[in-house]
Design a binder for this molecule. Structure first.
Ligand code: HEM
Length: 131
């Protein structure tokens, strides 16, 4: 039986499983495996804080994701297809483990943050679909 996302333990399961899926993904895995030199021990708790804050307004996250993704975009241009894949994997992982109001909410918030991120990243250029 699937349950709703109710605490940090659930967020940790979600984030860990999401990255397992992302790293194994044919379309965007390479960005996480090769392009960005990610220190996972540091990155994962940051992501727990981020999503906990998105869902429960815990105030635990105080970073600037926009700067980081802008930087990433300069190293290796991101495009709408990458984000569509990211969105797809995120929704799939939430649905795989959880069900309920918070599960619905975290998907909605993820997609809206993703949309704003793309608007900001791609505002001054044509869509680099060919990349
Ligand atoms: C194709 C889409 C995306 C790619 C390739 C991507 C990739 C990355 C990478 C490589 C990092 C850096 C990890 C590190 O070195 O510590 C990162 C951090 C992060 N990403 Fe993304 N990301 C994507 C979309 C998103 C979306 C849609 C969200 C939110 C809904 C998001 C939220 C974050 C956050 C919160 C961080 C941590 C920032 C910090 O350190 O404070 N990302 N992402």
């Amino acid at each position: 039986m699937k349950k709703d996302i109710t605490d940090r333990k659930d967020i940790e399961l979600l984030v860990n499983s999401f990255y397992d899926k992302v790293k194994a993904d044919e379309e965007i895995g390479f960005i996480f495996n090769d392009v960005a030199k990610i220190n996972w021990e540091k990155h994962l708790p940051i992501m727990y804080d981020f999503w906990e804050n998105v869902l429960f307004f815990t105030g635990t996250y105080s970073g600037n994701p926009m700067n980081l993704h802008n930087h990433l975009h300069h190293i290796r241009p991101l495009n709408h297809k990458h984000f569509e894949q990211w969105n797809k994997l995120f929704i799939a992982i939430v649905d795989e483990y959880f069900k309920g109001a918070n599960a619905k909410l975290i998907k909605q918030r993820a997609i809206s943050i993703s949309t704003v991120m793309q608007e900001k990243l791609f505002q001054s250029q044509k869509e680099p679909h060919h990349l």
